[in-house]
Ligand binder design. Sequence first.
Ligand SMILES: NC(=O)c1ccc[n+]([C@@H]2O[C@H](COP(=O)([O-])OP(=O)(O)OC[C@H]3O[C@@H](n4cnc5c(N)ncnc54)[C@H](O)[C@@H]3O)[C@@H](O)[C@H]2O)c1
Ligand SMILES: N[C@H](C(=O)O)[C@H](O)COP(=O)(O)O
Length: 352
Amino acid sequence: MTPAPVLALTTGEPAGIGPELAAMLADGMPAGGGAPDHRLVAVGDPALLAERAAAIGRALEIVELAPGQPVPPRRHGVLPVWPVPLAAPCRAGVLDPRNAGYVLETLDRAVAACRAGEAAGLVTAPLHKAVIREAGHAGFTGHTEYLRDACGAEEVVMMLATDHALHGRDPAWQGSAALRVALATTHLPLREVADAVTGERLTRLLRILDADLKRWFGVAKPRILVCGLNPHAGEGGHLGREELEVIAPTLEALRGEGLTLDGPLPADTLFTPRHLADADAVLAMYHDQGLPVLKYAGFGRAANVTLGLPLVRTSVDHGTALDLAGRGVADPGSLAVAVALAAEMARRGLRH
Ligand SMILES: NC(=O)c1ccc[n+]([C@@H]2O[C@H](COP(=O)([O-])OP(=O)(O)OC[C@H]3O[C@@H](n4cnc5c(N)ncnc54)[C@H](O)[C@@H]3O)[C@@H](O)[C@H]2O)c1
Ligand SMILES: N[C@H](C(=O)O)[C@H](O)COP(=O)(O)O
């Protein structure tokens, strides 16, 4: 029998909730339950993980793996780790720029493992963008862009999806709705957004979104709703001309390639059940046009996925939550969804 695919879990900002979420995930495995469809290895400082697990009252056995040592099957209360040492001691909730390099090193280690075939996918716990910038990594804006550059990808797409949208089943969490939201621009000041919405960018992103909905999510013919940029999608040119001059002609050209696209639609009413009913994904023009809706619908039960990379990468739908770190009260739900999605993508990848 082929061994279950390995997922590398980077544990993120050490002062945040990432390390304890990793501990919760390992401790939350049902004892003696069915064999999971993946193996999991954390990437981070073993002593930090042990200390944070103890702080939140979880009995966790940390198993440090040497280079080349196989990742064991998942077991209740056991967390295999690829060790990366912290650069400076860390207190929960207290950022320290000296550990920014450590956070990036965990990512580099996980990417190298994916590229070498040691791991079938990468799941990232949250990092803190500002502290990485403060440490001198001037161009750093997030995992998505860092991984794009690390993998030499020309373009990538950030997409968040609720659990229901990921798995097509009724989620236990009643408030959740099925939704996938991709972004045309990501971590960009609002002032720069309009200039970044170009026909070339939309073309690249929509081609990736269409192809990856087919490849990773099994959608045979994706139907994508595309938001306008301006209020009421520009109100016929009276409230902005990007819809008429950039978005509409780009969508028309892509329809000629066979993509099924609706838009540009006014974003306020696009996000209503009638419009969303038959849609497979929404492309929002900027971060806070799309993500508040997604997070209202499914915060804690959604995952972030980077499309267009040569490797599988998923993440949580939340940040470092420094206010909760070290207390054991953070919700591990989104991390569990991100792991499940990466496992599903890894299986699909293996079948291609
Ligand atoms: N995937 C990622 O790496 C990722 C994602 C989002 C934000 N961030 C980064 O995290 C940092 C902090 O961002 P922020 O304060 O805007 O957002 P945040 O998600 O860290 O916190 C927002 C609110 O949500 C709560 N919250 C977050 N995660 C939770 C969880 N698992 N369970 C319960 N409550 C939770 C927090 O306590 C806080 O009240 C920023 O640097 C941001 O860029 C990283
Ligand atoms: N925009 C994401 C969110 O709000 O959830 C988040 O900042 C994560 O981005 P990266 O995966 O690029 O770090």
